[in-house]
Write a protein that binds this ligand. Structure first.
Ligand code: ASP
Length: 437
């Protein structure tokens, strides 16, 4: 895809998103007649939106695996791998802790939930147990790598791909044959990702229109204080915390970064899944931001799995909201406990689906708040999930850039070039990692 075409596509995706929101809200407010509901909202839009997300998810496992193997083999020394891992993990934890702190502070100031009538919501929620951290550590090593791939277990895939990549590097000339194959595979898979990107405006439109047509905005009103506090906290993380970190730790231009975030943000918003967004995040970080594949192939899937700043912020605001509704005072120790639990929970629940609300159960339990409180916010959770996923994905990209910069693995010229990002450049970039046949 040529650079001009990439730009046109990004514009189309943003327009599709806005058009979807407007049409969805109108359909919700006016009330779609049954034939429209059946044929369009639950028919065409549902099928196309679901197929689009499935197509994205279809690419995640092959892309992450091939990309990681190629990335590991292109690292000049294996110590670098450990260093990148430690830096990424440290930054992922730090950004999450900052995120919850911001969320708690803002919620403490605004005080959402005071005077909220708990009778306005009838939904119920029963908590699911999150696995203990020890189990998560044990589960990181797959007993069967094929099963790990079949289940899309990201941490297990990362561990297997890393070991496989190291073995390829150490296997001499035979390893080189394998590497050649993976380098080529990586390029082929990127072409498939490009096909899905071309469909993105339609996919995004279908997803967003249906979500807003189904959810509407009426649910927001009683929960406006909660909704607005959380979106404001997310905005601070997006437009203050990440830019500051990029500037201070990476000496990188935050405006250039934010501009390049448009595609992954639109995907994250419409799919509400950092996992499904991995192909777009990876393509953006590598080809638009200039992060070398050796870093991005590792930090992006790792971040999508363990780094959930937006989710942790939701948990912070939700905790204060629920405490206020039930008239329970939180102490300073409680606040610190929330920071700790929400930060650790973002790693600890990697294997559990429906991440945000599950980990919220843990956080509430930790400070002795009733888990049923989640039922109060469940109505707006789908919409907020879209917003917080944008924050989660932006955090992954920011940390990837900072780690790459510290490892001398960021191409400044690509980062600074607003037109960077064509798939041809990706193809050029991937091939030299394999030795010439
Ligand atoms: N939807 C979020 C994500 O995929 C996780 C969550 O908050 O539930 O990043």
């Amino acid at each position: 895809m040529a650079a001009a075409e990439t730009h046109r596509l990004t514009r189309q995706i943003v327009i599709a998103m806005l058009a979807g929101m407007v049409l969805g809200v109108i359909l919700n407010q006016v009330g779609a007649p049954p034939w429209l509901q059946l044929g369009l909202i639950d028919g065409l839009l549902y099928v196309f939106g679901t197929v689009f997300v499935s197509a994205l998810k279809m690419m995640v496992v092959p892309l992450v695996f091939a990309s990681l193997v190629v990335g590991v083999t292109s690292l000049s020394d294996l110590n670098a791998l450990g260093r990148i891992g430690v830096k990424a993990l440290g930054l992922y934890l730090a950004t999450t802790a900052i995120a919850v702190t911001i969320a708690l502070t803002l919620a403490g100031i605004v005080g959402p939930g005071h005077g909220f009538d708990a009778g306005t919501t009838t939904a119920s929620f029963s908590g699911k147990e999150a696995p203990p951290l020890t189990q998560v550590l044990i589960d990181m090593v797959p007993t069967n790598p094929v099963a790990a791939m079949a289940e899309g277990n990201m941490l297990q895939i990362i561990v297997f791909a890393l070991l496989f990549g190291v073995a390829v590097t150490m296997s001499g000339v035979r390893g080189k044959h394998v590497l050649n194959f993976f380098a080529d595979l990586d390029v082929v898979i990127m072409h498939m990702v490009e096909w899905i990107m071309r469909l993105a405006p339609y996919g995004v439109f279908a997803l967003i229109t249906r979500t807003f047509a189904t959810q509407g905005l009426d649910l927001l009103l009683p929960l406006a204080a909660y909704f607005l506090t959380l979106t404001a906290a997310l905005a601070i993380q997006l437009f203050v915390t990440y830019p500051l970190l990029l500037r201070l730790l990476g000496s990188l231009n935050p405006f250039a970064f934010l501009k390049k975030m448009r595609d992954p943000a639109a995907f994250a918003f419409s799919t509400a899944s950092s996992g499904a967004t991995i192909p777009v995040t990876l393509a953006t970080v590598e080809h638009k931001m200039g992060v070398k594949n050796s870093v991005a192939a590792f930090t992006v899937p790792m971040g999508a799995t363990i780094n959930m700043d937006g989710t942790a912020m939701m948990q912070g605001v939700a905790t204060v909201f629920i405490a206020n509704v039930y008239g329970i005072d939180l102490t300073l120790t409680d606040y610190l406990m929330v920071v700790l639990t929400a930060t650790l929970a973002s790693i600890g629940t990697a294997a559990v689906p429906g991440v945000g609300l599950v980990t919220l159960t843990m956080v509430l339990g930790q400070v002795g708040l009733p888990v049923e409180g989640i039922a109060l916010i469940i109505g707006v959770d789908r919409l907020l999930d879209m917003f917080r996923t944008v924050c989660n994905v932006t955090g992954d990209c920011a940390v990837s850039c900072i780690v790459a910069q510290s490892e001398n693995a960021l191409d400044q010229a690509v980062f600074d070039d607003p037109a960077a990002g064509s798939v041809e450049s990706a193809t050029r970039h991937s091939i030299p990692t394999a030795p010439a046949p």
